[in-house]
Write a protein that binds this ligand. Structure first.
Ligand code: FAD
Ligand code: 2HG
Ligand code: ZN
Length: 473
């Protein structure tokens, strides 16, 4: 037992500090990333039960310059929340801090601890008669702390924005182990630099988020989901324009899915019965949330789809008859990531491009990859309403996955990111930089912005103990 683990046990209780001292203890849940790309080794996994304990843990680590990797549900896709292989880092898991601290119905806010699983937060909002709109495939296990740490997007961004837009206040333990009590529910506050927005999306490199005050919304009176076959990416963009025009703020979801992505869902989960995918290169999933009633929502949706059929941007469509059918359609969309994992190793991208330029980007980049990477299989899908595509690459049929990643991952990333730059996009719109994109960031980020980011990191974490090697390297 080291002096540090001894201290951590005194702070959190022996049961909440897990180490490899007992060789039978399996720490995979905290050490292996979701995509099984990296298996780290922690000095200890520490599970504090309160903000005061988090502060004491960080103070103890800071005194010894021991680095800390904050972790929520470990669903991150860029290797940002697992320790490195050195056996010297502490994983600070927020999993025990799950409380809903307060709901303020008049202020439309909810205050929760960082380890609250997103689905439980949604349920707490719903039980109080409200909507917390953040929604993503990992919602059954990701935590609001991780969502804030990565500024997660998901499927409702077209209407409600990213996690950043949903957050009003934060409680944070900084790299010195001091607590910033910033749990304000104010919608307006111009008293200096915006520390909240600095912390959001910092991927655990500036401090530990321990709680947040978040926005609530009224629940929609009715919600309808449609699945449309579209003949081209340009047609999908045209449909998006029509949907904005006809549905206004009622448009709460607009997802595009390529034929190969859907073929993987059909192959690995045939019971999900993917509609329309065989006859069309692209399908679109749209959601209309209505503040009046179901008949109004259906009328609006039907007239939108008629106009789209007339304009030729939709060739066929189904509208879910009830909630079960709607959930089934969303489940298909959310299963693409899992189907890709079932199919084998892959390269993920979470790029953004101005919506208007996506059709040209896809046509050009598809051709470029086909030319340079023999047998390339593109799994293309994502949040078209936000200009955010998962322009993923599956290992070629029959190829050795590890060898493909070793030999081709960098080349694929360079081809895709160079195109993203040409089209004035971002190399990461959702999942963050983590460890996987750390080498690429300096090649694509404005150098002055990078220098300012480095200065902020140095000022807030001078000994580089907060998640070192991530974001800035
Ligand atoms: P973790 O994976 O534990 O950590 C992620 C990062 O946040 C790490 O850098 C970590 O150090 C940091 N962090 C965690 N907790 C804290 C904290 N309390 N304080 C400071 N930093 C912290 N992402 C999207 O944006 N949109 C999607 O649609 C989406 N869909 C997904 C679907 C599936 C099936 C899966 C597996 C992942 C998906 N993701 C998506 C990625 C992932 O779920 C999100 O990044 C999520 O926000 C991570 O939350 P987490 O609690 O699992 O965080
Ligand atoms: C999604 O939109 C997630 O489903 C995951 O961001 C994307 O698997 C992916 O690449
Ligand atoms: Zn996504």
């Amino acid at each position: 037992m080291t002096a540090l683990t001894d201290t951590l046990r005194q702070i959190c209780g022996a049961a909440h500090v897990l180490t490899h001292e007992d060789p039978t203890t399996d720490l995979s849940a905290w050490e292996l990333d979701w995509r099984k790309r990296i298996r780290g080794r922690a000095l200890a996994v520490v599970r504090p039960g309160s903000t005061t304990e988090v502060a004491a843990v960080v103070k103890a680590c800071a005194a010894l310059k021991t680095s800390i990797v904050p972790q929520g549900g470990n669903t991150g896709l860029v290797v940002g929340g697992v320790p490195d292989a050195s056996g010297t880092q502490i994983v600070l898991s927020l999993g025990r801090m799950q409380a809903v601290r307060a709901i303020d119905p008049a202020n439309l806010t909810i205050t929760v601890e960082a380890g609250c699983v997103l689905q439980n937060l949604q349920a707490a909002a719903e039980a109080a008669g409200f909507l917390f709109p953040l929604s993503l495939g990992a919602e059954g296990s990701c935590t609001i702390g991780g969502n804030l740490g990565t500024n997660a997007g998901g499927t409702q961004v077209v209407r409600y924005g990213n996690t950043r837009e949903l957050c009003l206040g934060l409680e944070v333990v900084n790299a010195q182990g001091e607590i910033w009590h910033g749990l304000t529910g104010l919608r307006k506050d111009n008293t200096g630099y915006d520390l909240r927005n600095l912390m959001i999306g910092s991927e655990g490199t500036l401090g530990v988020i321990t709680a947040a005050t978040l926005k609530l919304y009224p629940q929609p009176a009715a919600q309808l989901t449609a699945w449309a076959a579209v003949p081209s990416m340009q047609a999908a963009v045209d449909l998006l324009g029509l949907a904005h025009q006809r549905l206004g703020p009622g448009l709460t979801g607009f997802e595009v899915m390529g034929q190969f992505a859907l073929s993987l869902v059909d192959k690995h989960y045939p019971q999900l019965r993917v509609p329309l995918w065989k006859e069309t290169p692209w399908c679109v999933l749209l959601e209309n949330s209505d503040s009046e009633n179901e008949a109004h929502a259906r009328g609006q949706f039907e007239s939108l789809l008629e106009a789209a059929l007339d304009a030729g941007c939709v060739t066929d469509a189904v509208v879910a008859e009830n909630l079960t059918q709607a959930r089934g359609l969303w489940h298909i969309r959310e299963s693409i990531t899992l189907a890709q994992a079932e199919e084998g190793l892959n390269i993920k991208h979470d790029i953004s491009i101005p919506v208007s330029r996506i059709p040209d980007f896809v046509a050009e980049t598809d051709a470029l990859l086909a030319q340079h990477i023999p047998g390339v299989r593109l799994v293309d899908f994502g949040h078209l309403g936000d200009g955010n595509l998962h322009y993923n690459v599956q290992v070629p049929e029959g190829a050795d996955g590890q060898a493909f990643l070793r030999d081709c991952e960098d080349q694929v990333n360079t081809l895709v990111f160079d195109q993203v730059k040409r089209f004035e996009g971002s190399i990461s719109a959702e999942h963050g930089v983590g460890e996987l994109k750390v080498g690429k960031l300096p090649l694509y980020k404005d150098p002055t912005a990078l220098a300012m980011m480095r200065a902020v990191k140095k000022a807030l974490d001078p000994h580089n103990i907060m998640n070192p090697g991530r974001v800035l390297g």
